[in-house]
Design a protein around this ligand. Structure first.
Ligand code: AMP
Ligand code: GLY
Length: 421
């Protein structure tokens, strides 16, 4: 089977690493890829948001299966263009990708499916939005409706902060994403994520994880794309996971079918858990980054069979072979991230790190130049390990982190603390 993976982050390095272990995989191309991916697969430069260009490339290279990593091409209908061209694709249609691309759409689906989530109002007028905030008071959550690269959510602890967020969003701080806002009830609890494969009709859970969104230890400082993750997330016990499947995932997926936009791909449900009850914070229509890194480390080669089963509508017969294991990933980021940071700094001693089925340094933002690996992004490396216990995995991941020679980078030393305490 010839496979094309779209994307260039740590998520795509982890997908590439898992897919490549499957004997079914013949040729493996990643577009555009990064320095780590280039060590294990062919990389091709391609505009992955141009569905026509991707379809032509896939046909010219006799690709049998395309796996789409990030949300942007999904929201632009790249999966639809590829399916129109007769290709087998893992990833939702543009219509189904609205579960991530439009917060108000997701709220509407939850209403129709009676799925537990935060109460909300949807506004296209700034004054009406402000009146809603004044009426409900803080804490309250203001969200730009569209994709805003993770920056469109303001959790306001003071009323004024929420009112200012409305001014910012209607003044265009988030581009087109702010012309509509969703204002939500603030939910208390512990957050965790559930990852579910969906083939249009059937659903199959492939694991739980917990991210660390804040830049600083003890969950302090500004939000980031995620500074580390581990799987499984003990807060999502088997019982709560089952509740989330029965009350949230299954009814919303059935509602998508009813509306003629069945979802196919990986559904990432961000959940808030309080007193044993999960409520939906948000849906994403792709793997989390860095959550994918820990999921792939646990699933290994079977990840390809499972994604293929989802793409071919065969999930009813698929099952996950679980090991009783734990995985953790520690993000190494450029000093200054999530603010401004230097690019092009040299990372040393990567070749000395172990690489096997339980230890792997996934690259997020790197490039190779003159035999050196250079940092090119904010989040740069995902140092990932697997063990019989979370503690064992954590100790091995941090041993690798400490062996990487990168004075221009930093990491959080407390990844996994909620589960380890
Ligand atoms: P989202 O992009 O919708 O996931 O929001 C980003 C983050 O904001 C979430 O991971 C939560 O930590 C927080 N958040 C979003 N909505 C709510 C809510 N209704 N109540 C409390 N926290 C929220
Ligand atoms: N790690 C959070 C996300 O991928 O959205």
């Amino acid at each position: 089977m010839n496979i094309l993976i779209l994307g260039s982050g740590g998520r795509e390095h982890a997908l590439t690493w898992a897919v490549k272990q499957n004997p079914k995989c013949d040729r493996l191309i990643v577009a555009p890829g990064n320095a780590g991916i280039a060590q294990i697969a062919e990389c091709a430069s391609l505009d992955i948001e141009d569905g026509g260009a991707v379809a032509t490339f896939a046909q010219e290279n006799a690709i049998d299966f395309v796996i789409i990593g990030p949300e942007a091409p999904l929201a632009k209908g790249v999966a639809d263009r590829l399916r129109d061209a007769g290709l087998l694709v893992f990833g939702p249609s543009e219509g189904a990708a609205r579960l991530e691309a439009s917060k108000s759409f997701t709220k509407e689906i939850c209403d129709a499916a009676q799925a537990p989530t935060a109460g909300y109002g949807h506004f296209t007028d700034a004054e009406a939005a402000k009146a809603h905030i004044r009426k409900n008071g803080a804490p309250i959550v203001v969200k730009a409706d569209g994709l805003a690269a993770g920056k469109g959510v303001i959790v306001a602890m003071q009323e004024q902060e929420a009112l200012d967020a409305i001014d910012d969003m209607f003044d265009g701080a988030f581009g087109g994403a702010g012309a509509e806002v969703v204002i939500e009830e603030f939910m208390e609890g512990e957050e965790a994520s559930l990852f579910v494969l969906v083939d249009g009709q059937e659903v199959l859970s492939i694991g739980t994880a917990q991210d660390h969104k804040r830049v600083g230890e003890g969950d302090t400082g500004p939000n980031t794309g995620g500074m580390g993750a581990y799987s499984p997330a003990p807060v999502l016990s088997a019982e709560i996971e089952q509740k989330a499947m029965d009350e949230i995932v299954k009814p919303t997926m059935a509602e998508m079918v009813k509306r003629g936009v069945p979802f196919q791909g990986i559904l990432y449900a961000g959940l808030m858990i309080k007193d044993g009850q999960p409520r939906l914070v948000e849906y994403n229509v792709r793997f989390g980054d860095p959550e994918c890194q820990v999921l792939m480390m646990r699933l290994g080669a079977q990840a390809l069979d499972l994604m293929q089963a989802a793409a071919e509508g065969r999930l009813a017969d698929a099952k996950v072979n679980w090991a009783n294991d734990h995985a953790i990933t520690v993000v190494m980021a450029a000093n200054g991230y999530p603010g401004s940071y230097k690019k092009g700094t040299v990372i040393g001693n990567l070749q000395a790190q172990p690489e096997d089925s339980s230890n792997m340094v996934f690259h997020a933002g790197t490039k190779a130049e003159d035999g050196k690996v250079l940092a090119t992004g904010g989040r740069v490396l995902n140092v990932t390990a697997r063990g019989d216990s979370l503690k064992e995995a954590r100790d091995r991941a941090y041993a690798m982190v400490e062996n990487i020679d990168w004075p221009d980078g930093f990491y959080r030393g407390d990844i996994g603390w909620r589960a380890l305490d």
